[in-house]
Design a binder for this molecule. Structure first.
Ligand code: HEC
Length: 98
């Protein structure tokens, strides 16, 4: 992927976060209701592909129980998100690795 292409995908990932109101519960670098995207990236960056697939699934269907101690709430996800969008969003989340 060229640098320009990576940038465009990055913009798209963030746009989708706004579009699906993920930022009401997640911030990039601070724990709010959910874990920050930096913390999620730190935890999963470089993980085997099945973890990426799990993140994509929780972006669509929501998830719970992975961040015990950080939050008692669930991730709601959004069922309108397509698998392709979930992939872009997952890549964007992981790109927040410091
Ligand atoms: C109502 C608040 C809320 C909204 C809205 C929300 N989340 Fe979450 N999210 C959470 C919480 C709380 C957790 C931690 C759940 C857990 O312990 O497994 C979480 C966890 C996650 C995780 C980590 C899952 C894992 O397996 O470790 C990802 C990725 C994520 N959210 C992405 C998103 C995206 C993308 C959206 C927008 C479609 C979104 N979230 C919307 C509250 C929310």
């Amino acid at each position: 992927m060229s640098k320009g292409q990576a940038f465009q995908e990055g913009q798209m990932g963030l746009r989708l976060m706004y579009k699906y109101t993920c930022l009401t519960c997640h911030s990039i670098n601070k724990k709010t209701i959910g874990p920050s995207f930096e913390d999620i990236a730190k935890r999963y960056y470089g993980s085997p592909p099945q973890y990426k697939q799990r993140l994509e699934r929780s972006i669509i269907n929501g998830g719970t129980g992975e961040w015990v101690g950080i939050s008692m709430r669930n991730c709601v996800g959004n069922k309108k998100i397509t698998p392709q969008q979930a992939t872009i969003m997952t890549e964007w989340i992981l790109s927040n690795k410091k």
